[in-house]
Ligand binder design. Structure first.
Ligand code: 5GP
Ligand code: ZN
Length: 131
């Protein structure tokens, strides 16, 4: 199957990995809405979180881990946890993904979820994955 995120899971397309467990893989979004914007995806291909009863549960533990990691490492105050399911909702990649979007006190509120981010992706990645 010609799926971008399956290729990322397989390592055929590079990504900035943030976290991984048996069922899920997390990596920085290439076009972040906020500093540290991360996508959590199931390793198994499904189209969206509504496809089956268990899809959201597969990524649930990783979403929680990643949200806490981003708060700890980047000093985020909060996170938006969002999954677009279906093109009308804004979904553009049809492999299930949950956006974990760190939020900072100087730019609060749902209306500001999608902001201009100038932070360097490599620097953010180094900060998030630092030992
Ligand atoms: P959607 O609109 O489907 O909910 O979100 C898809 C997300 O995938 C977008 O935020 C977009 O920036 C991200 N994205 C698309 N292609 C790539 C890619 O090749 N690498 C990474 N890291 N993110 C991608
Ligand atoms: Zn896929």
């Amino acid at each position: 199957m010609d799926c971008l995120f399956c290729k990322i899971v397989a390592g055929e397309i590079p990504s900035k990995k943030v976290y991984e467990d048996d069922a899920a893989y997390a990596f920085l979004d290439i076009s972040p809405w906020q500093k540290g914007h991360t996508l959590v995806i199931p390793k198994r291909h499904t189209a969206d979180v509504l496809e089956g009863d268990d899809v959201l549960a597969e990524v649930g533990p990783a979403v929680a881990r990643v949200g806490r990691l981003l708060k700890d490492r980047l000093g985020a105050d909060a996170c938006n946890v969002v999954s677009n399911a279906g093109s009308v909702s804004g979904q553009e990649v049809f492999h299930t993904h949950v956006h974990v979007i760190p939020r900072y006190a100087d730019n609060p509120g749902i209306a500001n979820m999608k902001a201009e981010v100038t932070a360097d992706l490599d620097e953010v990645h180094q900060t998030v994955v630092a030992d």
